[in-house]
Write a protein that binds this ligand. Structure first.
Ligand SMILES: Cc1ncc(COP(=O)(O)O)c(C=O)c1O
Length: 386
């Protein structure tokens, strides 16, 4: 087995990113905010909106308080409500379905593709047909998730949404910076709207909570902005014309994201190199995630499927390798969501019992990665020999 590196291995590594940018750059940006005093939705937020819209190739970006709020704001702009069905993958972070249920609509859970682990398009079509046949709910929107940073099958899902006269929202909380057939996630042609998260461990994270909505029309932007601040009106400051939230981004978080953008493309390249290295060198008994042709994952998280997961976890602890479990419970099996589901979702249930997430960040060294791979592969050899 490869020698253990002297420094302990991190699952995520935010301090190295801070070092690469330079603390003084963060402090200078914070000082500017202290001087102008526009703390909530200040000038940094407007500047970030412009930068991100241009980075993604979309008409508008509206930063907000979290990835969850970004999803809720997009759905609010489309007036998603009780009686509406919104199709979501079950193998995701809870927020995808939570945003739907929060608005009183019904999340309809869709199974995962066995290769990409994203929403399975055949099962999506089946779920839509079932809802239509039951005739109780109005099929309103589809939310796909780019799980672990891996772009969903945007063109097929978009086509399904159009055929069924539904809206298409991309939950790109884990995939900002990923590329689908030459276009960055958030691009105006990929989905009707896109939501992302800047939670600290995301590929482009801030130092607290933050998120953004990407949209293509002036009307959607106006609605998202209104819902972001209590359903406010642009005509009369004291007249709130719809229900809304307090979901602004604060200027400090916007300043952090802008600093992080200065190294983001280099970090994405490193993530891709590291992700591909794992996939090429891990023993074939570990199932790895397929990235579609002409697409680049943002490799937010690197997850494998392992049959002897409990034993492997014990072995990784012995080897001093940190790991996580993304996600051991598909959303439809969680207490708050059980009552919504009547569908059979065998793929995501089987995946959930096998998932194990390995260290993944742009500063993982080859020495560290070789050690992780050799520990996993020696476990695989031992298991085969037993
Ligand atoms: C797929 C997905 N959607 C939504 C969110 C919610 O983002 P936030 O934590 O910023 O609210 C997350 C966060 O982990 C996520 O992974």
């Amino acid at each position: 087995m490869t020698n253990k590196p002297s420094k302990s291995i991190c699952l995520f590594d935010i301090p190295s990113n801070q070092k690469a940018i330079g603390q003084e750059n963060f402090l200078n940006a914070f000082e500017k905010i202290l001087n102008h005093g526009g703390y909530a939705q200040g000038p940094e937020c407007a500047e970030l909106d412009t930068k991100l819209a241009s980075y993604s190739g979309t008409k508008h970006c509206a930063t907000c308080s979290s990835g969850t709020d970004a999803l809720i704001l997009a759905l609010m702009a489309w007036e998603v409500k009780a009686g509406d069905a919104v199709f979501v993958p079950s193998f995701t972070f809870v927020a995808t379905a939570e945003a739907v249920a929060f608005l009183g609509a019904t999340p309809v859970f869709v199974d995962s593709n066995t290769e990409t682990w994203n929403m399975d398009v055949a099962d999506l079509k089946k779920a839509i047909a079932e809802v239509k046949a039951q005739g109780k709910l109005t099929p309103k929107a589809i939310i796909s998730v780019d799980i672990f940073g891996n772009p969903a099958n945007y063109s097929e899902i978009h086509a399904v949404a159009k055929e069924n006269n539904m809206k298409y929202l991309s939950d790109a909380a884990q995939s900002y910076g990923a590329v689908y057939e030459g276009k960055k996630v958030g691009h105006s042609t990929l989905a009707d709207m896109t939501a992302t998260s800047f939670y600290p461990t995301k590929p482009l994270g801030c130092y607290g909570d933050g998120g953004a909505v990407f949209c293509n029309t002036d009307e959607e932007l106006a609605l998202v902005k209104s819902c972001r601040v209590h359903g406010s009106s642009t005509e009369d400051k004291y007249d709130n014309v719809r229900l809304g939230l307090t979901a602004r981004m604060d200027s400090f978080q916007a300043a952090v994201v802008m600093q992080k953008l200065t190294v983001f493309d280099d970090e994405l390249k490193n993530r891709e190199k590291i992700g591909k290295y794992y996939s090429a060198n891990l023993d074939s008994s570990f199932k790895t995630q397929k990235v579609l042709n002409n697409c680049v994952s943002a490799y937010a998280i690197y997850t494998i499927l392992a049959d002897n997961k409990a034993e492997l976890q014990d072995w990784l602890k012995e080897c001093g390798i940190p790991f996580a479990n993304f996600y051991p419970r598909p959303v439809h099996t969680q207490t708050a969501y059980k009552s919504y589901n009547t569908r059979s979702l065998p793929v995501c249930e089987s995946m959930a019992s096998k998932v194990l997430s390995l260290p993944m960040h742009p500063y993982l060294t080859t020495e560290e990665q070789d050690y992780i791979i050799s520990c996993l592969n020696s476990f695989a050899q031992k298991t085969k020999a037993a």
